[in-house]
Design a protein around this ligand. Structure first.
Ligand code: AMP
Ligand code: ZN
Ligand code: FE
Ligand code: FE
Length: 287
């Protein structure tokens, strides 16, 4: 069984439609693929409808959260959420708030960029973002008008956190996100826990705090994404050991974004025993 539990479609900042993504997943030999767009479930229906026979589509999302960094200051953390009830009202409200933050933030950045580059059209960019706007949408537009020659260069320059065009957004505190996902019957997994190249990373003591049962008896954090292209080889074993110690599910994924990143579906995968443990923890949707 080949299982890839983290991918993005054009419902957020990937480039394949959800239907194209599930067809590509089957063609690349996957048996299971999770669709985990940023802060939205908008691609679920199309992905399920288009899933070729023999491919299981897991309904997921990658939630924008704020955690505690190794130096004690806040850091952005991505939290994968699987098989939660999309109708749960508290969680649905928080997703709507996150999407509104994304839209306002990307528009604000686009307007700042347009002051220096009049050929950069904020309205056209916002019209092309799908449900969840993100910096990759700005990156593509910057490549198109020739300000930079690649998406990577856009992230190093005009879209970096140090750029005058950069605007922040307000993400969900990770402890609150874990609670909401559990309350909606889902399972939470910290994405790319040691992706150091993205900047400061999460304090692993916070992972310890999030794991295990919460005081009200609800489930805490469900797993850690260990196998990921942004992880250095030396980070894998300590992460796997921490997951074992805390009884967390260990996942692996491609974090596929279509043409917005040079990653292939199934580049990293999840073991079937770990996938089954994840399914067993869900009290929300089934696959
Ligand atoms: P945002 O969520 O709008 O802040 O944008 C972050 C998104 O951009 C994440 O999905 C990252 O995977 C993606 N990203 C970050 N750095 C790069 C890069 N160098 N090349 C392509 N995508 C990137
Ligand atoms: Zn992304
Ligand atoms: Fe991520
Ligand atoms: Fe991702």
């Amino acid at each position: 069984m080949r299982i890839d539990l983290h991918t993005h479609s054009a419902a957020s900042d990937g480039t394949d439609s959800p239907a194209e993504l599930v067809r590509a997943a089957a063609e690349s030999g996957l048996d299971v693929v999770a669709l985990t767009d940023h802060d939205t479930t908008a691609g679920w229906e199309q992905a399920l409808d288009a899933a070729p026979r023999g491919l299981t589509v897991v309904r997921g999302m990658e939630m924008s959260c704020e955690g505690r960094g190794e130096d004690g200051s806040p850091v952005p953390v991505h939290l994968l959420a699987y098989l939660f009830d999309p109708e749960d009202s508290a969680f649905a409200e928080e997703r709507a708030r996150l999407l509104a933050e994304r839209t306002a933030r990307i528009r604000a950045m686009a307007e700042r960029i347009a002051v220096d580059y009049p050929q950069f059209d904020p309205d056209a960019i916002m019209a092309a973002t799908g449900t969840a706007a993100g910096r990759p949408h700005l990156a593509r537009a910057l490549v198109d008008i020739g300000v930079v020659t690649s998406i990577a260069q856009a992230f190093e320059g005009p879209l970096s956190t140090r750029s005058p065009y950069y605007v922040d957004k307000v993400d969900t505190p990770i402890e609150r996100a874990v609670e909401m996902i559990s309350a909606a019957g889902g399972v939470s997994v910290v994405a790319h826990v040691r992706a150091r190249m993205r900047g400061r990373i999460l304090d692993l003591n916070q992972v310890r705090e999030l794991a295990g049962r919460r005081p009200d008896g609800s489930a805490g954090l469900g797993g850690l994404e260990v196998f990921h292209a942004d992880h250095a080889p030396e980070d894998i074993r300590p992460l796997a050991e921490l997951a074992e110690e805390l009884d967390l599910v260990v996942t692996g994924s491609s974090d596929y974004h279509g043409d917005n990143k040079t990653l292939s579906l199934g580049e990293h995968t999840t073991d079937v025993e770990q996938y089954e443990r994840l399914l067993a923890q869900s009290s929300g949707l089934t696959v």
